[in-house]
Ligand binder design. Structure first.
Ligand SMILES: [Cu+2]
Length: 372
């Protein structure tokens, strides 16, 4: 039968971007699991969870108060131009309209059930690869959808930790979609909550999700950043920049300065804040200037004991880590990628504004600057 889907899979989605489908062959990335035994989950409770826009994270229990359930999420894929820095634009792709995509939180042994929507007005095929899931390219082989389609995937969250998810529609589409913004993260909490280095229960007062992205925005012959009509229109130029492996921008939450000023993170002295940090493509090294990581799950996986008292931690490209810090002094803390060129010149800087009383025992200016 010649369906609309078959037409889209086999031919160009849009005449202007014929490379899109010819390189992202649906056949090689899709998987048929129709012969598998059915599983009966009808006895499990279902919860619909609304997502928050990063750096915020949706409401959740740290310790599960009931048994495993099916947690339903819905995300819509967007293809739209964003402003990465003042006057610098990129044809971005994103999960649910934010870069990074929203953080999803479940408990170990819950089932995460995602409905992914690719609206008619989009031009490209997309899917989702959950690093927290098992099989079928992390779900990528079961979720490839054309514009005008939606798909629902369910997986059991068997391993606790923070994990990224990203679009991976095949071949050279994979890095292109990822560096165009299609990365997010999930946190699978142990059912009885987090534990510190001594195996004692530990909790957080606040949680923030910082998603770091490397962008590769082409310039014209005069050195000015270029703008394009659509993502496909800028594809060839962007690949040229990508092949050099030097990003033009390295940003937190989609834009230079997204987490400063009105977008700054906040805390109070005495509060424990959990920072989840993801990077889908490139290594990075978060650091809180003037603070520490009290407990850091650098690899993001909660079955490993956290490291303690860290100054800087390492997030491998393709992973998400978690750092817990109890703020002890008020002030404006810079949260940076401690490759300082990337932090200051390329954009990877955020702020945490912390209220409270200064502690002279921890630090005091013994004498103010004065002429020698
Ligand atoms: Cu995509």
């Amino acid at each position: 039968m010649f369906t609309r889907r078959a037409a889209l899979m086999g031919a160009a989605v849009v005449a202007a971007t014929p490379f899109v489908v010819s390189k992202a062959s649906a056949d090689s990335e899709s998987m048929d699991t129709s012969g598998a035994k059915p599983v009966d989950l009808s006895s499990l409770p279902r919860v619909k969870q609304k997502l928050a826009v990063p750096p915020l994270v949706h409401e959740h229990e740290q310790i599960a108060t009931s048994g495993p359930k099916i947690v339903e999420f819905e995300m819509t894929i967007t293809e739209e131009e964003i402003e990465v820095d003042d006057g610098v634009f990129m044809q971005a792709m994103s999960f649910n309209g934010s870069i990074p995509g929203p953080m999803m939180v479940v408990h170990q042994d819950d089932y995460l059930e995602l409905t992914l929507i690719n609206p008619e007005e989009n031009e490209l095929q997309h899917n989702i690869d959950f690093h927290a899931s098992t099989g079928a390219l992390g779900g990528g082989g079961l979720t490839l959808i054309n514009p005008g389609e939606k798909v629902t995937l369910r997986f059991r969250a068997t391993r606790p930790g923070t994990f990224i998810y990203h679009c991976a529609p095949g071949g050279p589409m994979i890095p292109w979609h990822v560096v165009s913004g299609m990365v997010g993260a999930i946190m699978v909490l142990p059912r009885d909550g987090l534990r510190d280095q001594n195996d004692k229960p530990i909790s957080y007062d606040k949680v923030y999700y910082v998603g770091e992205n490397d962008f590769y925005i082409p310039k014209d012959e005069n050195g000015e950043y270029k703008r394009y009509e659509s993502a496909g229109d800028g594809y060839d130029d962007m690949v040229d920049v990508m092949q050099g492996l030097i990003p033009t921008h390295e940003v937190f939450n989609g834009r230079v300065g997204a987490l400063t000023g009105a977008g700054a993170m906040t805390a109070k002295v005495g509060q424990r804040v959990l920072f989840i940090h993801s990077q889908g493509n490139r290594d990075t090294r978060p650091h809180i200037i003037g603070g520490h990581g009290d407990q850091v799950w650098e690899l993001g996986k909660f079955n490993n004991k956290p490291d303690v008292d860290l100054e800087t931690w390492f997030i491998r490209g393709g992973s998400a880590g978690a750092a817990l810090y109890k703020f002890l002094q008020p002030g404006v803390y810079a949260y940076v990628n401690h490759n300082l060129i990337e932090a200051v010149n390329l954009g990877a800087t955020g702020h945490i504004v912390v209220d409270g009383d200064w502690d002279n025992d921890l630090m005091e200016q013994v004498s103010a600057p004065t002429p020698i």
